[in-house]
Design a protein around this ligand. Structure first.
Ligand SMILES: CC1=C(CCC(=O)O)c2cc3nc(cc4[nH]c(cc5[nH]c(cc1n2)c(C)c5CCC(=O)O)c(CCC(=O)O)c4C)C(CCC(=O)O)=C3C
Ligand SMILES: [Fe+2]
Length: 352
């Protein structure tokens, strides 16, 4: 059986271009159109364009501040490293790469899979914490795009979440520890706070059964233990471009709440696997300003996007699919967030 792996990323504009940013945002809001009532497709697109137009100026400014996002380039480097790792392990498997909101888009990847005659597709969104608008939506879109191609009916499996993978936790924890050492920081000191920052999500998605918030909490707890931090806080980076409740507390409130309690804060951007606007602008520029306004020095831990062990981690995650395409119960469980057969997750349900 000819197996192909589709690596799926969020994607971000690599250049600060207004038209590209509007197109990009329109796709994101359309992907999340269920957050609002729209009776027709036409209406959903129209509303998405309107939301995109409203958000575009400030997002364009973010990309101008950093000269475009490095996300796509970092994702491409991760794919290259994974490809080398798989060859070294003797696997004959083709890698494909698609992005949810930038070209090559997911339907483009589906076309490539069909053209290459791939008989078994493994979809792997590159986000450790399974979320609705990321991992679940990316796999839904890939499966739909494949189904839309006449005469193409490959076997399909998806990997949705891997924040419990030991290698992943080691990469993240060692990145934190190295950063603390290099900067002579001690998170146990009374004047130093430790804060996890996670990308937020609309509460609506959690009420509909997604477990992203639970995953964020358990992952923060895991990493805190690994780096020997007893006291920490957790905040969400929210994107309220519409009038709906998002995850709380907001990271800005967490930082402001530290006024007078600490002199510096170590910030771990736990949901990100690439540096991009959310880390380089929202945290490094905007949140740093908020922190300084309340007398705090902000020390942001880097994202380990180029850690050579990521390729090993991804290869380990894929390997159960590369012989026989049927992982055993002991390797993977059915995903709790994407209720579709063949959706695998390392995050077994937590005992009640
Ligand atoms: C660069 C980037 C990453 C990192 C990728 C990487 O490192 O590879 C990321 C990750 C995530 N994004 C997430 C959730 C969401 N992001 C949204 C919207 C947006 N994200 C943006 C950027 C990014 N997002 C942008 C420019 C918008 C447009 C709106 C705005 O900036 O104002 C919206 C829709 C809002 C709406 O439609 O109202 C949701 C629900 C979740 C949480 C889990 C989940 O929910 O799946 C995660 C990990
Ligand atoms: Fe996002």
């Amino acid at each position: 059986m000819k197996t192909g792996v589709a690596l799926l990323n969020f994607g971000e504009p690599s250049r600060p271009d207004r038209d590209v940013v509007i197109e990009y945002l329109t796709r994101i809001f359309y992907n999340n159109a269920s957050l609002e009532q729209a009776d027709t497709e036409e209406e959903a697109w129209e509303r998405s364009r309107e939301l995109a137009g409203r958000r575009a100026p400030s997002l364009l400014e973010e990309y101008e501040e950093i000269g475009g996002s490095p996300l796509n380039e970092q994702a491409a480097a991760q794919r290259e490293a994974l490809s080398a790792e798989l060859s070294e392990r003797g696997h004959d498997v083709e890698l494909f790469h698609g992005m949810q909101f930038m070209e090559p888009l997911i339907p483009d990847v589906a076309e490539q899979l069909a053209e290459a005659g791939i008989e078994a597709v493994v979809g792997m969104p590159i986000y450790p914490l399974c979320g609705h608008s990321t991992n679940v939506a990316a796999l839904n879109d890939l499966e739909d795009a494949i189904a839309d191609i006449d005469g193409y009916d490959p076997e399909f499996a998806g990997i949705t979440g891997w924040h419990r993978a030991p290698t992943y936790n080691r990469i993240r924890a060692e990145t934190i520890t190295a950063f603390l050492e290099e900067n002579d920081l001690d998170p146990s000191a009374p004047d130093t706070a430790f804060v996890f920052s996670a990308h937020g999500t609309p509460v609506h998605y959690l009420e509909a059964g997604n477990r992203y918030d639970t995953y964020v909490e358990e992952h923060a707890e895991t990493l805190a233990r690994m780096v020997d931090v007893d006291d920490y806080e957790l905040g969400f980076q929210n994107h309220s471009n519409r009038d709906i409740p998002w995850t709380e507390p907001e990271i800005e409130d967490v930082i402001e709440g530290l006024e007078g309690e600490a002199e510096r804060v170590v910030l771990e951007p736990m949901s990100f696997i690439h540096e991009q606007s959310e880390t380089l602008v929202e945290l490094d520029i905007d949140l740093r300003e908020d922190a300084e306004a309340v007398g705090l020095d902000l020390h942001r831990v880097p994202v380990p996007h180029d850690d050579p062990r990521l390729a090993e981690l991804f290869a380990d995650l894929l390997e159960p699919f590369l012989s026989g395409f049927e992982p055993s119960y002991y390797q993977y469980r059915q995903c709790q967030c994407r209720d579709a057969p063949g959706t695998y997750c390392l995050n077994a349900p937590r005992p009640e």
